[in-house]
Each structure stands twice: as C-alpha cells, then as structure tokens.
Ligand binder design. Structure first.
Ligand code: ACO
Length: 371
C-alpha cells in the first residue's frame, strides 16, 4: 500500500452536485459564469439541493420557507452571549453555535429525507443569523430581526449593519455568495461527507465542515489575504514585500490551487468586482495592490489567484470586518455542504480509506516497571 499525499488526484466519490472539468466549474451542469451574472443566491441554493433551477412559483415558495427559519433558539443566542466574544475567532463561535442548533432541533436525528431537507433550510437560514448576531453582540449592539421580504444577501447585510444595503452592495454580495456556494470535493465538503457517511446527523456534518473551512489553507485564506494587503499598505511596497515573503518560503495567501492549474474561474469575477467596488469607495489601492501581487506571483511563481484572493478586497469594500470573511464563506458554502450531505445519504457507503504504515516494526511489550 502506497499513500497518495493529500489524496491528490484521487477520485473518492461520484457526485452530480458540481463539477470541475477542464478548468470549468459548473453547479448541476450550469456554468458558474452564467450563475454569477444572472442568478440569485436563493436560486443557486435551490439548484444545488433540488437539482434544477426553480420556476418563479418554486422560488417564491423556497424564499418564504427560508425566511421562516432565520430566528435562532433563545438558548443558542444566550450561549453566544456567554462566549468570550472579544477573545475568540468568529469561526470558532459559528462552529460552536451551529453544533448547538442541533440540541434544539427535535428532528436532529431523524434520518427521513424530508426531515433532512427541512434541517437544510433551517441551517441555511440560521447560519446568516448566527454570523450577524455574533458580530453585533461582540460590538455591544442589539440583535436585528430579519426582514422577510429581503433577499438572503440583503437580509444578511441588514441584520449585520442595521440598515438595508444599496443596490450595488446587494448585487455584489449576492454574486460573492453564488461564487462560493459549491466546489466539488473540496476539503470541507469532503469532511462533511466523511462525517455523515457514518450516518451521523446533518448538524454534525456541517459542524465538521466549518472546522475544516476555518483553516488558512482553505476558507481561512481570505481573511489572511486582507491581513497581507493591510501589511503591505501601498502598491509601491508590493514588490519588496513579495520578495521577502518568498525568500522566507512563506505561502502567499490566495494563490495556488490543488485542482486548477490554469486559473480559478471564480477569480476573474471577483477581480472585476474588486475593481468596481474599490473605485466606488475611492480606496483603489486595495485593487491596485492585488493586481500587482497577482502579476508578480504569476510571473515569478506561475501561481494564479484562487477564489480567496480578490474576495478579500471585495468584502473589505463592502465594509465587512476582516474576521467575518471566512464565516461569510461558510454562510454560502453551507448550501454546497448540505447538497453533498443529502446526496451522500441518498447513496451512502462508509468512507474509510487506508493508511500506509511507516511506524516501528513489531515490538515486544515491556511491563511498565521494566521500562
Ligand atoms: N505561495 C507560495 N508558494 C506556493 C503557494 C502559495 N500560495 N501555493 C503553492 N505553492 C508552492 C508550494 O510551496 C510548493 O512548492 P514546492 O514544490 O517547491 O514545495 C508547490 O507550490 C505546490 O504546493 P502545494 O502546497 O504542495 O500544493 P497543494 O495542492 O498541496 O496546495 C493550496 C494547494 C493549499 C491551495 C496551496 O496552493 C496554498 O497553500 N495556497 C495558499 C492558501 C490559500 O490560498 N488557500 C485557499 C485555497 S482556495 C479554497 O480553499 C477556497
């Protein structure tokens, strides 16, 4: 038995949720470029879960169903209030709060297909409420009740900021959610599938996935991109910063990808959004620094930006706190995790690979008094 490090190139399952073929990303066969330009996030969630785009009636029904579930159980809100809010990373708070949602859902362990779809809707709605509630409580602010007539994107920004977003912000945020919704068998989705393939419940699967997304090699990279841009400070400093970081053999966050070698198809959308939004805010330096880093990394290392690179300056321009970038990623990706969880239940087999053993040969046990 020989191990394949990081399971690179291993095809671990079949899936009809999303595909990456010849560098093209599709959700259920629809090119991400079209979905990014034309679809609402709710349409995309419906597509991922039900396998087809909704008609207007189906979409209206789905949105109404989602908006019924924004409210968090009082116990979960009280628990968030009890967190050491100013000392913890929001991803740790979101992971713990999502896990606790399962405690107050009587259907948590009901493995019936209908119950699992209902839990998916609850989780999708409540994740936005958890991120917004955490952020407001941390800032000592009152929690804002959702507005049921707003889109998922607009409602989240409303619950976060206490005011409805303008049209440009809503559209940009919606697009970012669409672009992050699913991505074949990425690390967090694989984690979710491994977890529920033991026939564990939906809440456990999503909690496990949040833990995997948190890491800087995966979803945690977007926050770190912003940290890097803030450290660089000015387009003039990019070259020197990059030279030093590469000499120190540091990884440059937001670059490289396990699957895409010719570019991440989501990055071009985010790059354009970054250009437009930084122009609107008047802080074009974030875009300029990003483009300079992009050019230098491409020329010097042959590494291209991934989804996390330009999303950093996009989220910053939307006025979002930097440590909320990864929780916002989770708010979108939970739709993909849930689609994969439902698919896994539908045709389940335990996921249990092998390890190539590289430890000591057979050893003779020695009693503790003789060691
Ligand atoms: N900066 C500098 N060098 C890099 C980078 C980077 N961002 N990415 C890869 N490399 C180098 C590696 O050092 C390695 O070089 P070596 O062969 O000389 O040792 C080579 O390219 C191959 O890199 P691996 O890390 O082995 O590639 P892998 O497929 O395992 O990792 C990953 C992919 C994790 C995305 C990697 O490119 C990385 O760490 N990028 C930065 C973190 C990041 O942006 N993560 C978000 C990914 S997108 C997402 O999850 C949503």
């Amino acid at each position: 038995m020989t191990a394949t490090r990081g399971l690179e190139g291993i095809v671990a399952t079949t899936s009809s949720v999303s595909s990456i073929i010849d560098g093209v990303l599709t959700y259920r066969g629809y090119n991400i470029d079209d979905l990014a330009d034309y679809a609402s996030f709710e349409e995309v969630v419906y597509l991922l879960w039900y396998g087809k785009l909704p008609n207007q009636k189906e979409l209206d029904g789905f949105k109404a169903e989602l908006s019924k579930h924004y409210a968090l159980p009082k116990q979960v809100l009280d628990m968030i209030k009890s967190f050491p809010l100013d000392k913890i990373h929001p991803m740790a708070a979101v992971r713990t709060a999502v896990s606790s949602l399962g405690l107050y859902d009587e259907e948590a362990d009901d493995m019936n297909e209908e119950a699992n779809f209902t839990k998916a809707i609850r989780l999708q709605a409540k994740l936005a409420s958890i991120v917004a509630a955490f952020s407001r409580l941390r800032d000592g602010l009152e929690i804002i009740e959702p507005k049921e007539d707003l889109s998922y994107a607009a409602n989240f920004l409303y619950m976060l900021n206490g005011e409805e977003p303008d049209d440009i912000s809503e559209k940009a945020f919606n697009k970012a959610l669409v672009l992050h919704a699913d991505h074949e068998l990425n690390a967090s989705t694989f984690t979710a599938r491994v977890c529920v393939a033991t026939l564990s419940d939906v809440y456990s699967g999503v909690t496990a996935a949040i833990g995997a997304l948190k890491g800087p090699l995966h979803g945690g990279a977007n926050e770190r991109v912003m940290r890097m841009l803030s450290e660089i400070g000015d387009p003039e400093n990019v070259e020197e910063y990059l030279k030093g970081a590469l000499e120190r053999k540091e990884k440059i966050m937001g670059f490289g990808h396990r699957v895409y070698k010719d570019g991440d198809p989501r990055a071009k959308h985010l790059r354009e959004m970054s250009k437009q939004l930084t122009h609107t805010t008047g802080e074009t330096k974030w875009y300029e620094m990003s483009v300079k880093l992009d050019e230098l990394m491409t020329n010097e290392k042959g590494l291209l930006p991934n989804v996390d690179f330009y999303s950093a300056s996009v989220y910053h321009s939307l006025g979002l706190k930097h440590d909320l970038f990864t929780p916002i990623f989770a708010m979108s990706r939970v739709s993909g995790w849930l689609a994969h969880i439902l698919e896994q239940y539908d045709n389940n087999r335990l996921i249990r690979p092998r390890a190539e053993y590289i430890g000591p040969d057979m050893q003779k046990f020695v009693a503790i008094e003789n060691r």
